[in-house]
Design a protein around this ligand. Structure first.
Ligand code: ASP
Length: 319
């Protein structure tokens, strides 16, 4: 779709960017998701002017993103889709907590035909911090939406632009908390200017419309868990999950997709019983390289948490 409009819709979902603490110097003892998105935007000097007065705020949720769930994802996908189809809209910014940001980014990447930019942003310091990072991240996110040619689902934080596929939270405290591993950032935002290291992400294949309708209208999403292979792993956890009716398992494997023999035996039983099993790696960089004779498919480079999102969506589509 041709970008003609200039409206930038900012969808608020909560997170530390909207968090407050009783003491300004407290960067960890705060409560996330307290400040409304309209108030967040109003507090950033020059933001509305940067957007040519065309910023519109909409609160979709107000949660700590550690508690993200399928209900919020469904609501967010529907709101994004509606705004992206509006010719007046140039692009979207989504304010979000950092904890599950990469999962929401991947979910939206799979769900939206994002020929316009959809930029998730966040903060590592609450709005009441002595030096909050949210305001600059918001300015940078708007700059990315306005950059010529920008399209696709991205994450903007700490002056970097990341694509949805590889971005992950890599540090629990530092302001510079995100990286894209081997792939590196797509670019940087410097004084309101975007400097690209790579091309803008190409619009990628998303599910067809029928599948997307099915996904957003299903209220009962499949149960998919992530299990980790580690020294001393056993079969008990997986056997219990299968008894309880789990429908999919993503394995955060050691190294190149290897699995402790005790866990592997349970996973084979699970697969034979009809549970979908997918291997990812617990290594923070690189991806599982498949080889002939593999008994479990690999996640095609997706991290364990993103592979979980992909498997949920696949099961929904197939269901
Ligand atoms: N727990 C917060 C959240 O994910 C952390 C953050 O936003 O930095 O909502």
């Amino acid at each position: 779709m041709q970008v003609s409009g200039k409206k930038i819709v900012v969808l608020g979902t909560g997170g530390t960017i909207a968090g407050t603490s009783a003491q300004a110097g407290d960067n960890i003892g705060y409560t996330a998701a307290q400040v409304g998105v309209a108030q967040l935007l109003a507090a950033v000097p020059g933001l509305q002017a940067l957007a040519g007065g065309a910023l519109v705020a909409e609160q979709v949720a107000q949660i700590d993103s550690k508690d993200m769930d399928d209900g919020v994802w469904r609501a967010l996908a529907l709101r994004c889709r509606q705004h992206l189809n509006d010719p007046e809209v140039r692009g979207l910014v989504i304010t979000h907590g950092t904890d599950t940001l990469e999962e929401t980014a991947w979910f939206l990447q799979e769900m939206l035909e994002a020929h316009k930019p959809v930029v998730l942003t966040c903060a590592m310091r609450p709005a009441t911090a002595l030096t909050p990072d949210g305001p600059q991240n918001l300015l940078d996110a708007v700059a990315v939406v306005q950059a010529p040619g920008a399209a696709g689902v991205m994450v903007v934080a700490a002056g970097e632009v990341h694509g949805a596929r590889y971005v992950q939270k890599a540090h629990p405290y530092r302001v510079h908390a995100f990286h894209s591993g081997d792939a590196g950032p797509l670019g940087w935002v410097e004084e309101g200017r975007v400097r690209l290291a790579q091309n803008w992400p190409l619009p990628q294949d998303v599910y067809d419309l029928v599948a997307i309708e099915k996904i957003v209208s299903a209220t009962d999403w499949p149960w998919v868990e992530v299990v980790v292979s580690h020294a001393g792993a056993t079969s008990r956890g997986v056997d219990a999950l299968v008894r309880d009716g789990v429908q999919g398992l993503v394995v955060a494997c050691t190294g190149n997709g290897t699995i402790h023999h005790a866990l592997e035996a349970a996973l084979l039983r699970a697969q034979n019983a009809g549970v979908r099993v997918v291997r990812s790696t617990r290594c923070p960089e690189g991806q599982v390289l498949p080889k002939p004779g593999d008994v479990f498919p690999d996640s095609q480079g997706l991290s364990p948490v993103k592979a979980r999102v992909a498997l949920v969506l696949d099961l929904l589509r197939a269901g």
